[in-house]
Write a protein that binds this ligand. Structure first.
Ligand SMILES: N[C@@H](CCC(=O)N[C@@H](CSCc1ccc([N+](=O)[O-])cc1)C(=O)NCC(=O)O)C(=O)O
Length: 221
């Protein structure tokens, strides 16, 4: 396996529309790097720069985050976190079966839970003025409630989704944080406590402070 030794560089919004609330997906990569104690640099990109050839060479979809480490360039936050987790202890268990289950939860976060939450965000932010949104939003929230109910049932009284904290929990916590103020996660006390446990982790706090500092600097200038 090729070992990369240089300090990685990630990309993040120059001025994040999340106003420093840690909702953009660089937050989960920052958190993963903090969990494994890997220092990193950040290249801040404007919305315009994200669609220019230089950034498109990092991510053909013109989005953040990306991850550069020596000659390696990655995009897709989940893939970046898996790469980090494969090279540093602290995000995936060593035992093969437990590790495979933790990776399953990474996929569940982005493929089963996140899409319907993004649907809701799109319905509210991009389609809020459409006549049909009034009918559609309750249907979307019904589907979100169904998934959160299943997740709550699985979690029960456990601290994390499958034994020790893993990249699966990191991904899931960042997904559940994407509905601030909706009250949907808070309908399940165990899910709200689960998110709070993630947010209480020192690595999360360092990552959150770092992305907030970027926003505060950008809004001060
Ligand atoms: N599947 C990709 C998705 C990456 C992605 O959606 N990136 C977004 C930022 S994180 C998503 C996001 C954006 C804004 C908020 N917010 O609260 O304002 C939250 C999350 C982006 O670059 N958008 C700019 C563009 O597409 O032109 C991944 O996981 O890396």
């Amino acid at each position: 396996m090729t070992q990369h030794s240089s300090k990685p560089t990630i990309t993040a919004f120059e001025t994040s529309p999340d106003r420093g609330r840690g909702l953009a997906r660089d937050m989960r990569v920052r958190w993963a790097l903090e969990e494994v104690g890997q220092p990193y640099d950040v290249r801040l990109v404007s919305f315009a720069a994200m669609k220019q050839p230089e950034h498109l060479s990092r991510n053909p979809f013109g989005q953040i985050p990306t991850y550069e480490e020596g000659e390696l360039v990655l995009f897709e936050s989940g893939s970046i976190i898996l790469h980090i987790a494969e090279r540093h202890p602290g995000l995936l268990p060593a035992a093969a079966d437990t590790r495979a289950r933790a990776i399953t939860w990474m996929f569940a976060a982005v493929s089963t839970i996140e899409p319907i939450i993004i649907e809701r965000q799109v319905a509210i932010l991009n389609e809020g003025n459409e006549a049909w949104t009034k009918q559609r939003l309750p249907m979307i929230e019904h589907r979100i409630r169904a998934r959160l109910g299943q997740l709550s049932q699985h979690l029960g009284d456990a601290e994390w989704l499958d034994g020790a904290f893993s990249a699966g929990d990191l991904m899931m916590v960042t997904v559940l944080r994407r509905m601030p103020g909706s009250g949907l996660v808070e309908e399940h006390a165990n899910l709200a406590a689960y998110v709070a446990r993630g947010e209480a982790r020192p690595a999360y706090q360092r990552a959150f402070a770092a992305q907030l500092a970027v926003f505060e600097a950008s809004s001060a200038s």
